[in-house]
Design a protein around this ligand. Structure first.
Ligand SMILES: Cc1ncc(COP(=O)(O)O)c(C=O)c1O
Length: 486
């Protein structure tokens, strides 16, 4: 039942992923000619977030809120009980979450960062640290906005772009022990585990590691928080990579993980394939403190800023997130894209993780210094050559240091996200082909500089320009090789 869905073709013995679903509804796509793509990326300030979707062929920006919902989820939309307070939909969702995570309370919120806002406001005092395996952009922004600071304690191996370690998202337990001792519990707001990790290649965290983190939190009386936004890929990796879990049900692994943490929160734009979020806890005091903020910032406690239709679909999406045949789909497609790219020598994060394929822009563009945002430049160039919209996950996605200097990212990555059940194998082959062409012509790509730099979450809406108009020369080279072909 839990066999990973690949088949080997008869001619070449090539390992090919197999979709365990079919398309029932489709959306038309357009691939603009290269001159128009060049104009579009220029107008977007070389920031793929600012491209209009009508100008994008393959939208691999993110999986957030754009995963394909199942027919069962669409059917559930119609069941929604649309009342401001006491909606039946809320109780159905609450029951599903309680079965899944085993926590007493559920607080809905409009998306993951809304949960982070509430958590930070409840737990973080100025000057306190929040320790985590690795940060996510919005998590860090909420903590620092309240005067807290983020300390990342990923293992050294986790920061190597290429490795054969199965759980590169693990926290370094020895460093955690010494940091807790050095800071003292009163200076630590909470300890957070993100599984899988977003900014370092969708790398998973083992249950063993989470258990050790949990023990340290308990021994020191520190609140433990689990970010479950990317849980479904992480569950796949636990099941297929962690010793001792081969025969454990996905639902049992999920409950075991949740039992290790005081608070579990998630973006339902990712987990459950809808648009929303939620916080779970069994702690009475924390629940009371947080629920006031939910009503203030999100909405009444039985909808928390979510549409009830989405809540109804979420209850179904969460059940599906415990089905191995469903959760294996993203990781096997990420692996397929990673393998295709590596056939052409393109440097990527290894092992392939969840969420999307991560290209190593530092090695791809060795001639561009981090101060000129190589991952941003590569994301813009990938759009230019293929109408493919990826996301910069490097220095542009970092906040500046307090003194205004650049905070250079540990890794300079371009993420080509694979929203669940959206793209086909021919899309994967097309992406690999265009990126391979770009890799052969990488010397044509130059750096970027800011024209308009917002002070918070600058990667979302900051505008940049190409140093020395390299994009024009890149488009000319493309036309020489591809002629009239798009
Ligand atoms: C690990 C993680 N945490 C939190 C968030 C924030 O969730 P949202 O985008 O719903 O605000 C994300 C979103 O990408 C995420 O990947």
């Amino acid at each position: 039942m839990n066999e990973v869905k690949f088949f080997f073709n008869q001619t070449g013995g090539e390992r090919i992923p197999l979709e365990m679903h079919k398309a029932k509804m489709v959306q038309r796509l357009h691939l603009l000619p290269v001159d128009e793509r060049q104009a579009a990326i220029e107008n977007a300030g070389f920031n793929t977030f600012l491209l209009k979707n009508r100008d994008v062929f393959l939208d691999m920006l993110t999986d957030s809120g754009v995963n394909a919902m199942s027919d069962e989820q669409y059917a559930a939309l119609l069941r929604a009980d649309d009342s401001y307070a006491g909606s039946e939909t809320f109780y159905r969702l609450e029951a599903e979450l309680s079965k899944m995570f085993g926590k007493k309370y559920f607080l809905p919120a409009h998306q993951g960062r809304a949960c982070e806002h509430i958590l930070a406001k409840t737990l973080v005092k100025p000057g306190q640290a929040v320790i985590m395996n690795f940060h996510f952009t919005t998590t860090k922004a909420h903590i620092t906005l309240l005067g807290g600071k983020v300390i990342e304690l990923l293992t050294d191996e986790g920061l190597k772009v290429e490795s054969d370690i199965a759980f590169k998202g693990d926290m370094d337990i020895e460093k955690l022990k010494s940091t807790v001792q050095a800071l003292g519990k009163e200076n630590i707001a909470f300890i957070r585990v993100e599984a899988g990790t977003n900014l370092i290649g969708g790398q998973p965290v083992s249950v063993k590691n989470m258990r050790e983190v949990s023990q340290i939190c308990k021994a020191n009386g520190i609140t433990s928080v689990f970010d479950a936004s990317l849980l479904s890929d992480n569950l796949y990796f636990i099941k297929t990579r962690e010793q001792g879990y081969e025969n454990t049900e996905i639902s049992d692994i999920t409950r075991e993980i949740a039992s290790l943490f005081d608070i579990v929160y998630f973006s339902a734009r990712k987990l459950g394939c809808v648009r929303g979020g939620g916080i779970l806890t069994s702690n009475d005091e924390l629940h009371i403190a947080m629920r006031e903020l939910v009503t203030l910032y999100e909405g009444f406690l039985t909808y928390g800023g979510m549409s009830v239709k989405e809540m109804e679909a979420l209850a179904v999406g969460l059940r599906e997130a415990l089905d191995f045949n469903v959760i294996e789909q993203t990781p096997i497609f990420v692996e397929a894209l990673t393998n295709e790219l590596r056939k052409f020598g393109v440097p990527t994060v290894l092992p392939a993780g969840g969420l999307g394929c991560h290209i190593d822009a530092k090695r791809f563009l060795e001639h561009i210094p981090q101060s000129e945002y190589p991952a941003g430049a590569l994301a813009a160039a990938i759009y230019l050559v293929g109408g493919i919209r990826g996301m910069e996950r490097g220095t542009l996605s970092e906040q500046r240091n307090d003194d205004g200097s650049e905070h250079f990212a540990e890794m300079e990555l371009v993420r080509l996200a694979l929203p669940k059940r959206v793209f086909t194998l021919s899309h994967i082959k097309f992406v690999a082909d265009r990126v391979a062409w770009l890799y052969r012509n990488r010397h044509l790509i130059g750096g970027l500089e800011f024209v308009d730099e917002p002070s918070i979450l600058r990667f979302f809406f900051g505008r940049l320009r190409a140093k020395n108009d390299w994009h024009i020369r890149l488009a000319e080279a493309f036309k020489r090789d591809f002629g009239e072909s798009l």
